[in-house]
Design a protein around this ligand. Sequence first.
Ligand code: 5AD
Ligand code: SF4
Length: 486
Amino acid sequence: MAVSAIFAAVMSSVSDSAFTSYEPTVAPVAATHIGSPRRFFIETYGCQMNFNDSEIIASVLSAEGFQLTTDCQQADVVLLNTCSIRENAEQRVRARLSEFQSLKRHNPGVLVGILGCMAERLKAKLLEEEHIVDLVVGPDAYRSLPQLIARAESGQKAVNVLLSREETYADISPVRLASNGVTAFISIMRGCNNMCSFCVVPFTRGRERSRPPASILSEARQLFDSGYREVTLLGQNVDSYRWEDPATHAVVTFAQLLDQVASVHSELRIRFSTSHPKDITDDVLSVMADHPNICRNIHLPVQSGSSAVLQRMFRTYDADWYRRKVDRIREYLPDCAISTDIIVGFCGETEDDHRQTLEMMDYVRYHQAFMFRYSERPGTYAARHFPDDVPDAVKSRRLQEVIQLQNAHQLQRNREQIGKIHHVLVEGPSRRSPQQLAGRNSQNQMIVFDARQALKGRYVQVKAVSCTSATLIGTLCPEPTKHLND
Ligand code: 5AD
Ligand code: SF4
């Protein structure tokens, strides 16, 4: 994990099995070199959206006859699906590119592609800055990847960074990569219309657009039928989901979509991310309350506990408003966990502003938090109008304080669970020991326990007996439960 992006807890980098029913809308490209299929290697940086995009990319290429390889030495095409959110995310990609220099020296025919947010932000400039790069492909241009590869093979550099107002890749069934066979992502919308002053995403991912509900529901059903038991609905701002039927003009909101996905099967768990505090509605909370299979966990990025900082961030709420939103969630869903994102050291942040962030954390006692030092991003409103004036040492110290407090809250929260029985979806072996299984409760707390491996993908009851700040340690109760609400 990069220095300025220290995560208090590790999000599951889930994904899964394989079915590809993609009808190419692009002219087919012969994907064989004198009989042997060409191989592509893909490495993903950044958020869950990006991981899901890599699964779409794998689907587009597989449909054209390319074969996935997990060994970059074997690849004909090496793709990096990149992130621009903080400077260090881009530095990691550039460092990786310099490692690929030797790969290209040994095999001059290998093509190197930069995909995703960094491609969109830097466009053709990337070709000048990084000579090793042959392809630059933005997040809305993945359908054209086979043609771009063909062009690069003919010795020309290939760039497509066109953003779209419509593209949702709705008809593409992702090829599940690094699958645990139990949990999967489903993208429900793309882009972001919020212009938070610190954020580069609206520039790299374009305007919001929602995917038709029928394709989302069919993906959820297919996943359930192939053994998956949890889906996470993904979008930069899921509560802005809004789909209008072109024929009837009937509108489907996020609350309605959530209700429909939760009705696919009572044993399919639903999570969603990310919610902007200004957009999550009572309707969404009420649908959650109606469906025990919608997990009791809302990711509600606060960014700062200071109203003055929130105003400069263009977050459109202040600290009191956010606290009232948290109260509202707890009225509807008393057992709901809340997780968050926090940025320390934003432009002009004073010690008093920072203290207010710590106070907000004390108020909410987040179950999980992703905590970052502010990183100025070229082109954003903040970069153009506010000096990045909090010294590095101060940012680091504030980040440490936020992390320490978060760890203390997580430890408290986990201790409160000791002695209680949890409904756990088993995801697979724990990372520490093959004798142990790991899974999550509805609140997204990780629980490890001794058990035989055959329980993977099943719901079980586990009694928590001890904990660390990151994990509950439990013992399996004798009778596995079949139903979430047993
Ligand atoms: N610097 C630091 N963190 C950032 N984030 C977004 N932009 C920046 C930036 N310029 C964080 C926010 C957001 C999360 C995905 O990344 O907290 O919610
Ligand atoms: Fe994801 Fe944001 Fe990074 Fe783009 S910039 S890959 S949307 S985290």
